[in-house]
Design a protein around this ligand. Structure first.
Ligand code: PNS
Length: 160
């Protein structure tokens, strides 16, 4: 059985992430969406909140589950028998970061585990969680960039 991990901070999940998740789920028997705590970033949403939003948004897709983990990605991947790790690519700037991460992970992954990249749909090529946060924190409109329920939760967070 092929089992892939699509991992990231998802702070918050965007429509770009959801597009990649749904496309990746068609390529593997099972896809785990793995929410990771990145110590370099100060999250807007707790990892429990991010998992809850993803579970709600993906509840109708049978072969997707949502998990969260801390620490080294390679440890989680090796310990849970993944076939592949999926990441999305929006632009050349993503490529530079992603290739160094993929090459480091290639040293750390058990043999045979691949990093696989899907190109973001053109409609989402400019959408990033960090830019959406900046827009919403300044009172801007993120409709169409993140699901409506996520936009609402973001507005609540910035209000409080
Ligand atoms: O959504 P993001 O923040 O771009 O995802 C980056 C992420 C979480 C995939 C990356 O920071 C990561 O893998 N962090 C876990 C720690 C780790 O394994 N670091 C070594 C990467 S080579």
């Amino acid at each position: 059985m092929s089992k892939a991990l699509y991992t990231g901070s998802f702070d918050p999940v965007t429509n770009g992430h959801l597009d990649i998740i749904k496309r990746a789920a068609k390529l593997f028997d099972h896809l785990v969406v793995g929410v990771i705590e990145n110590p370099q970033k100060t999250p807007l949403f707790t990892s429990a909140e991010r998992v809850e939003m993803l579970e709600e948004l993906l509840k109708d897709v049978d072969n997707i589950s949502v998990d969260s983990f801390e620490g080294l990605l390679a440890d989680y991947v090796n310990e849970n028998n993944f076939t592949a790790v999926v990441r999305g690519l929006r632009a050349i700037t993503d490529f530079e970061y992603e290739i160094s991460m993929a090459q480091m992970n290639a040293q750390l992954f058990n043999q045979g585990i691949e990093s696989i990249f899907l190109m973001t749909s053109p409609a989402n090529s400019f959408v990033s969680s960090s830019m959406v946060k900046e827009v919403v924190s300044l009172g801007g409109n993120a409709a169409g960039l993140v699901p409506d329920c996520v936009f609402l939760k973001m507005k609540e967070k910035y209000k409080s």
